[in-house]
Design a protein around this ligand. Sequence first.
Ligand SMILES: *[C@@H]1O[C@H](CO)[C@@H](O)[C@H](O)[C@H]1NC(C)=O
Ligand SMILES: *[C@@H]1O[C@H](CO)[C@@H](O)[C@H](O)[C@H]1NC(C)=O
Ligand SMILES: *[C@@H]1O[C@H](CO)[C@@H](O)[C@H](O)[C@H]1NC(C)=O
Ligand SMILES: *[C@@H]1O[C@H](CO)[C@@H](O)[C@H](O)[C@H]1NC(C)=O
Ligand SMILES: *[C@@H]1O[C@H](CO)[C@@H](O)[C@H](O)[C@H]1NC(C)=O
Length: 415
Amino acid sequence: MNQNICGGIVITVLTSLIMKLVVSVIVFALFKLARAQNECTFNVTNPEYEQTLPVLLYNLSSTYELAIPNQGTIVLTSGQNISLLCSGNRNYVRQTNSNVTTVTCLENQDVKLYRKVYKFHDIKCKHAVRGDVRKTEEKCGNGQGVVYEIGYPVSRRDWVTLITVCHVPEIGHTLYTRHLLHGKEIKYASKSSYRPGFSTAGLDSSVPASVAYKQTFQKATFSSILKSSELSNHFVTNKSYLSRGHLSPDADFLQAPTQFSTYYYLNTAPQWQNINAASWNSIEFTVRKLAELYGDLEVITGTHDVLTYKDKEGHVQEICLGSEGKLPVPKYFWKLAYGEKSNRAIVFIILNDPYVQSLENEVFCNDICQKEGFTKKSWKDLHSGYVFCCSYPDFLRVVKTAPRLTVDDVLSNPQ
Ligand SMILES: *[C@@H]1O[C@H](CO)[C@@H](O)[C@H](O)[C@H]1NC(C)=O
Ligand SMILES: *[C@@H]1O[C@H](CO)[C@@H](O)[C@H](O)[C@H]1NC(C)=O
Ligand SMILES: *[C@@H]1O[C@H](CO)[C@@H](O)[C@H](O)[C@H]1NC(C)=O
Ligand SMILES: *[C@@H]1O[C@H](CO)[C@@H](O)[C@H](O)[C@H]1NC(C)=O
Ligand SMILES: *[C@@H]1O[C@H](CO)[C@@H](O)[C@H](O)[C@H]1NC(C)=O
């Protein structure tokens, strides 16, 4: 009897425990379901609508910040806001006719704009956003340049910078650009095939960038500098010419509008096309791989010195695509990858001269490429653009226009 009673109690306790467990599992599941439904997930690299995608910004208390996706999507909680920007000449958010608007996440793809509900990807810009340029008063590049910013005007007061440019306006020469590379996101970056034309925004009106790169113009320029059309025909051919070498490359940015915002003459310098397509491309790729490994890196890309060739009479002449020293062709391009948290940096330098015969006096630091794990056979080919690597202190000793950073060690490539 006692045993039975006791057994009965045990069973009752057990049943109530099981019931409690079942109830809490159900409550937990319902809670999860509710949460999942009250979240918004926007795919921001969908080719169907990314070309007219607005720039996505978070409105923080005193400033705006670019929204960085997570694995290619922007996730918001229900009730959270995101600001959408469509800047540029005759550009606006289609639904509101304004340059900036704010929507509130409801759930899944649904957002609220004023009192109406829209699918997120139906809120579009009239045209592709390509950014704007503003000039600041700040000096840079050892006093030689002025700071310009490529980015987005949000309001009379607010501006969001994507690329910082150190530029010498009188000769249309960019000393360097800086941008942030979000390495962990880079494999989800937009693969948009649309590319805008290059904009002259920010350039001094005396700099003839939009004509100077034309191949017939380059031939004439070389003829005049080298005093020989034969020499000109040797350097400038259908296969060999100076192209608009991106400093901050489009492929370092995540969404279509930010990629489009790299298409400024301000963000380029004259670079031999075969070098651009070979070793320079390879350096850009290497830096993105480094960022995939290390996470966010600041990337600073610049130019150094002016390329020279001997004219018909054997005199050394500086090569510039414009007259009076405008649009000088850099002898070197460089790219510095910097881990701000680790205070580590590495500098890749490329010789922008496919016609170089010998490397005597051309490599200006102790080349640490191999020692630090950057071994690419093609980097040592003169015609594809010879590449060497410098530690930051070594580099700074020669390139006085580079920005000052706190660097404690070399950013190496683990093998
Ligand atoms: C976004 O959409 C495109 C096209 O449907 C798809 O290829 C891509 O994988 C999607 N990205 C994510 C993160 O879901
Ligand atoms: C989102 O925006 C709406 C309307 O602009 C505003 O009323 C609300 O307070 C904002 N919510 C948050 C969380 O900032
Ligand atoms: C804002 O939108 C108008 C059209 O509504 C456009 O003309 C103007 O250029 C835009 N302003 C900026 C700063 O993008
Ligand atoms: C951003 O937030 C500020 C302050 O909360 C507000 O005044 C402003 O209108 C917001 N901007 C947009 C585009 O919603
Ligand atoms: C180079 O291009 C021009 C114009 O496109 C053409 O007339 C010329 O035949 C080409 N020369 C060679 C060597 O391919």
